[in-house]
Design a binder for this molecule. Structure first.
Ligand SMILES: Cc1cc2nc3c(=O)[nH]c(=O)nc-3n(C[C@H](O)[C@H](O)[C@H](O)COP(=O)(O)OP(=O)(O)OC[C@H]3O[C@@H](n4cnc5c(N)ncnc54)[C@H](O)[C@@H]3O)c2cc1C
Length: 417
């Protein structure tokens, strides 16, 4: 139910997936806001991203499902292999598993572009402020003041708002204000992400997890179909390895093949030549696999945290974007239904903090690729005769279903919502 009293001004800091999703969710409910994004020009950064059915449910509610589907690949199945290329487990995904929404592989830049263009179109360009890097937020009984700098470092005029929503990502400047001593949690896992033009692998709509993170793992899925008009796809891949190291990869920087290619040198399977996939990459970026320990609160008076600023998680369950979009819808609903915006910020935290903290923990301990880890342990990392000799398909399905339940996208949950 919409009430009479609306916050007169909402400042959204960060125009990424959560910030733009939030702006669109507010707009749908007749609530105005302004988005302040640090970068001067939105470019197609990053590589592939997987949108699970609960992410697509949120994006469908924002009215962009058709646009996304037009440029994405709908996953048919998720398949697990060991490092010897032996089949472990397969399950249908998204609509192929009875969900109302598809599971999509998409270029992250395209997803961002669609959200950004829709936000400009619906809210008006005057409400989307690029080249505004938030450097501080102050607040008192009358309101909040957000301080910004432009890309040269020069200060911009401060912005007054009733509430400030920090959607400024994993390196959030606003979160740092409330948790100044906090550090990224790094457990020795580094990753390299690449894209390679390649013929379709397996069904051409398969999401693959090969090997185990302890000894080297590849996640592989297509993000663009028929990229050359001759049937090649753009394949997104992520190489991951846990090593006894304190040296963290850089964030979103050009990666060096020599740092990881040796792990995969003999991964030549009848259905895929992994060294060739790596060698032919158009682009390789390196990232550390990091998150932050869940914090006890996100809401501090007029300010709250959202998306990766609130709950950065290992990108191991394809869940970051989904959770940011669920945050966005939840807070928009609270602001629409509560007269007091500060109470809405608190209510949002009550609804979202515990479930997302659980996902952060589960992404560390029993993520979907726990299937690969478990089989690696059972087989001692050696080739096996048949997977059924080690573990049943039903047990493997149970691991997968457990993650879906915790992350909020089990078939039952999505049917009920
Ligand atoms: C390697 C990798 C792979 C991933 N794969 C997946 C996946 O397959 N599926 C999935 O769902 N999720 C995935 N994620 C996670 C997903 O990308 C994030 O969870 C999601 O982007 C979070 O959205 P956000 O809006 O909170 O942050 P972001 O999308 O990072 O947006 C933050 C925005 O804030 C801006 N900003 C930063 N600082 C400031 C400031 N001081 N002032 C103003 N603006 C600022 C940034 O420029 C940016 O635009 C992955 C993440 C990584 C690192």
């Amino acid at each position: 139910m919409h009430q009479q009293h609306k916050p007169s001004k909402i400042a959204v800091v960060g125009g990424g997936i959560a910030g733009l999703g939030f702006a669109l969710a507010l707009h749908q409910r007749g609530i105005a806001c302004d988005v302040y994004e640090a970068v001067a020009e939105v470019r197609a950064l990053g590589v592939g991203i997987t949108l699970l059915p609960h992410a697509v449910r949120e994006l469908a509610a924002l009215g962009v499902q058709d646009q996304l589907e037009a440029v994405a690949i709908e996953n048919l199945e998720s398949v697990f292999f060991n490092r010897h290329g032996q089949f472990i487990y397969r399950e249908p995904r998204g609509r192929h598993d009875g969900y109302a929404f598809p599971e999509l592989g998409i270029h992250r830049g395209k997803l961002h572009r669609i959200l950004f263009d829709e936000a400009v179109r619906r809210l008006g360009a005057a409400h989307i402020h690029t080249d505004h890097r938030c450097v501080a937020v102050e607040q008192d009984a009358d309101g909040a003041t957000v301080q910004f700098a432009d890309s040269t470092g020069a200060r911009r005029p401060p912005v007054k708002a009733d509430v400030v929503i920090a959607c400024d990502g994993v390196h959030s400047a606003i979160r740092r204000q409330f948790y100044p001593d906090e550090e990224m949690a790094f457990a020795g896992i580094n990753t390299w992400r690449g894209v390679t033009r390649h013929r379709p692998i397996l069904t051409g709509k398969s999401y693959l997890r090969v090997g185990s993170i302890d000894t080297g793992k590849m996640v592989i899925y297509p993000i663009v179909d028929n990229i050359d008009g001759q049937g090649l796809q753009l394949i997104n891949w992520m190489a991951e390895i846990k090593r006894d190291t304190r040296t963290m990869n850089d964030w979103n920087q050009a990666g060096n093949v020599a740092d990881f290619a040796d792990i995969f040198h003999d991964w030549r399977f009848p259905w895929l030549d992994v060294p060739a996939l790596i060698a032919n990459a158009e682009q390789i970026l390196e990232y550390p696999m990091v998150d932050k320990d869940p914090v006890p609160r996100w809401t501090f008076g007029r300010v709250t945290l959202m998306g990766d600023a609130a709950h950065p998680m290992y990108p191991r369950g394809s869940n970051g974007a989904a959770q940011g979009l669920i945050d966005a819808r939840t807070l928009a609903e609270q602001l629409a239904n509560q007269a007091d915006p500060l109470a809405a910020l608190k209510a949002y935290e009550t609804l979202r903090l515990a479930p997302t903290a659980r996902i952060v923990q589960t992404n560390r301990s029993v993520p979907p690729d726990f299937i690969n880890i478990k089989v690696d342990h059972l087989s001692g990392g050696k080739p096996f005769r048949h997977i059924d000799d080690l573990i049943s398909q039903a047990e493997l399905r149970a691991i997968s279903d457990n993650y879906k339940r915790i992350a909020g996208f089990s078939l039952d949950t999505l049917k009920a919502s």
